[in-house]
Design a binder for this molecule. Structure first.
Ligand SMILES: NC(=O)c1ccc[n+]([C@@H]2O[C@H](COP(=O)([O-])OP(=O)(O)OC[C@H]3O[C@@H](n4cnc5c(N)ncnc54)[C@H](O)[C@@H]3O)[C@@H](O)[C@H]2O)c1
Length: 346
């Protein structure tokens, strides 16, 4: 298996999850360069990478720790020998940064939402296909063990006819959060709470319902935060298979994050997965019984980002090495963006 050389563009809040995932997959991957327009941010992530690598038991070769820093990504792409670029910049820049990297012959793992328009999403998918490169999207919650267990029950048809599903994202993003970076809550670079905070659970809901969308109704408003887009959104989705999905997404819950819950209701089964970030099974009931029903897969998470970036990287590396589609491809990343953009028509 080839050792893949990675670079990261955007060294802000979420980049730490990428660093953790790279350090966790260090036998098969290596961070060779990082880029941010703010140099201090790169120092922090490289320092963190070194600390994590040092913790690995197997006396890592020192040159694994050599990570170059760039403030201009085109220069980095030109000068460094890179196989894969992870894009963790503001959402409104994902399409341009992804397309530039693909055009330089790099595989791309892009943060969610993969882009803010369907035209951009389609262009990203098209260029990756034309160039024979992998495009993966960070919907890491699909790897949460309770979500994997639910997906298995769905694949085995244990729900019978699925009637409805609910995605609730009841979080708090206060004014300080929005003040941290001027792009947050803007139409051009972020979107509102549906596009930023709720996209993971909307993705899980549509993935579990297993059907294309027939029609959508939405209501949204900006109740409490001083932002351009919504701080609360509700979506009602009729899927083509007849089932109904309900999304309730809030950045306004007092006084702090409450829950991120996915519930699926079928003729012969009910599952509710909750916790801070869909990480704990709260209800698991089926008409039939299976051995794996008893497996306790719930786990605590220290932040709403969860623990999914590590398995996501493992899968993406394997997809490149075995020339197969990543588990969460561009086509998969498009589905929740499409739902949210349709909700934004209301
Ligand atoms: N998967 C998840 O659970 C998850 C969680 C949080 C954020 N995100 C996504 O990750 C992305 C980044 O979010 P964040 O909270 O880390 O934001 P952030 O503002 O903390 O970080 C973005 C970084 O990109 C840098 N940047 C901007 N333009 C650049 C350029 N041309 N070249 C190099 N660097 C550039 C900025 O200086 C900044 O450091 C967003 O799209 C967000 O939706 C995903």
């Amino acid at each position: 298996m080839k050792e893949l050389k990675f670079a990261i563009i955007g060294c802000g809040r979420i980049s730490h999850k990428h660093i953790e995932a790279l350090a966790d997959n260090v036998e098969k991957s290596r961070l060779v360069a990082v880029c941010d327009i703010v140099p201090e941010k790169m120092d922090k992530v490289v320092e963190e990478y070194h600390e994590l690598i040092d913790k690995q038991a197997n006396n890592m070769n020192e040159d694994v720790k050599e990570v170059k820093k760039y403030t201009e990504y085109n220069e980095m792409l030109k000068k460094e020998d890179i196989d894969v670029v992870a894009i963790a910049t503001e959402s409104g820049y994902h399409a341009k940064h992804t397309i530039d990297c693909l055009n330089c012959g790099k595989h791309v793992l892009v943060e969610k939402p993969m882009a803010l328009s369907i035209e951009d999403v389609d262009e990203m998918i098209k260029i990756a296909k034309e160039k024979g490169l992998k495009l993966g999207v960070c919907h890491q919650n699909r790897f949460n063990p309770p979500i994997q267990k639910l997906r298995r029950a769905i694949d085995e048809g244990r729900f019978g006819k699925i009637v409805n599903g609910t995605a609730r994202i009841l979080w708090n993003r206060n004014d300080d959060y929005y003040k941290q970076a001027s792009w947050r809550g803007t139409k051009a670079l972020d979107g509102g709470t549906l596009m930023n905070q709720c996209i993971h659970n909307i993705d899980l809901l549509q993935w579990m319902m297993g059907s294309e969308v027939e029609r959508i109704h939405a209501e949204r408003d900006t109740f409490l935060r001083n932002i351009e887009m919504e701080d609360f959104g509700a979506i009602l989705i009729r899927f083509k298979n007849g089932s109904i999905g309900i999304v309730e997404g809030s950045a306004c819950v007092y006084p702090k994050n409450l829950e991120e819950t996915l519930s699926i209701f079928g003729e012969k089964g009910t599952v509710v997965i909750g916790g801070l970030a869909v990480n704990e099974i709260e209800t698991w009931k089926f008409a039939d019984e299976k051995e794996y029903d008893k497996e306790d897969v719930s786990s605590q998470v220290d932040s709403v980002y969860g623990k999914g970036h590590k398995p996501l990287y493992k899968d993406f590396i394997d997809a490149i090495n075995n020339d197969r589609d990543p588990y969460i491809s561009g086509e998969e990343g498009k589905k929740p963006v499409e739902i949210i953009l349709r909700a934004y028509e209301f």
